[in-house]
Design a protein around this ligand. Structure first.
Ligand code: NAY
Length: 289
């Protein structure tokens, strides 16, 4: 469960249906070319919050079938509808997913007691271990060290996917909870998080740039910081161009240019205009042989 995990992309057709063949190709590219250590399924990058329960199950099943035990799998089952979260949690646990993960409930500005109850309720019903998915910039949910401590009090909560640029808090969590799994969530900050001894990282750009992410992580583990920095620099050149051009659409187009049927993004995300398709192809050529 340690190392570099891709926040797996999903291939959708023009009508928004899951393209299973394309999804399998994305998985193969991640495992065979990017050589990632594991997959995080139905996260933000998987466009999870834009799809139906049936589609989520279809994706969980297809991924499990394609991966067949090659690498560990984490299933993001979090939902504003707690019944859906529990249903999905049971579904993936029955299938054999190594862990579940759930985004902090968002939109209604829940207080911390409610957030804690959300996790405890899911874990009362689902017989699996859970990784908290904390991404304050998108959810508006900011938790402090004491609140993480309260969530970690539930022994089935085994870690956190920490997608925030708060390295003070990250260091405090690492120091206070040496036995919990901590995954860094911002690919452009992988080096800085690795120095703080995170156990791994979960990211969108690993779908195309997983090899460099693994090198950064490995160099830091060996104490070779300058070598890690050189690779983080190229990685960040790539990431800044991808972000500028449109994050998920550009990653999909780069995959497409490598022969992977990555499809399009779900509405309301817009497809790339022709000039941006060209930019994506150029980024792919320049940074990813
Ligand atoms: C997810 O569940 O897909 C993630 O949160 C993965 C983390 C990514 N965050 C988002 C919102 O996409 O990989 C990051 C991010 O895309 C990358 O660092 C570029 O900013």
């Amino acid at each position: 469960m340690k190392g570099i995990f891709s926040a797996l992309m999903c291939s959708f057709d023009e009508r928004g249906n899951v393209n299973e063949k394309g999804l399998r190709e994305i998985i193969r590219y991640n495992l065979d070319v990017c050589k990632v250590d594991g997959l995080y399924v139905n996260g933000s990058t998987g466009e999870n919050f834009l799809i139906s329960t049936e589609q989520k199950k279809q994706i969980f099943e297809t991924v499990y079938d394609e991966v067949g035990g090659e690498v560990p799998l984490i299933a993001q089952i979090g939902s504003l509808n707690i019944d859906e979260a529990i249903d999905l949690g049971k579904f993936v646990t029955g299938m054999g997913y190594n862990a579940i993960s759930a985004v902090t409930p968002f939109y209604y500005k829940f207080n911390f007691e409610e957030i804690k109850d959300y996790y405890d309720t899911i874990l009362k019903e689902v017989d699996n271990q859970l990784i908290i998915y904390s991404i304050p910039a998108l959810t508006g949910v900011h938790m402090n060290l004491d609140q993480f401590a309260e969530l970690f009090n539930n022994s089935k909560v085994i870690g956190v996917k920490f997608t925030a640029p708060d390295f003070y808090l990250l260091e405090r969590i690492r120091h206070t909870f040496p036995d919990k799994l901590i995954y860094s969530g911002f690919d452009e900050m992988l080096l800085s998080a690795s120095v703080l001894n995170v156990d791994g990282a979960i990211g969108s750009t690993f779908n195309i740039n997983g090899q460099r992410a693994k090198q950064i992580f490995d160099f830091v583990q060996k104490g070779q910081l300058q070598e890690a920095l050189a690779i983080q620099k190229v990685t960040n050149d790539l990431i800044s161009e991808v972000l500028e051009n449109g994050l998920y659409q550009t990653i999909k187009q780069i995959l497409q240019s490598k022969g992977v049927d990555a499809g399009v993004c779900r509405k309301p995300m817009k497809p790339l205009a022709t000039e941006k398709l060209e930019v994506a192809n150029t980024i792919g050529k320049r940074y990813l042989q």
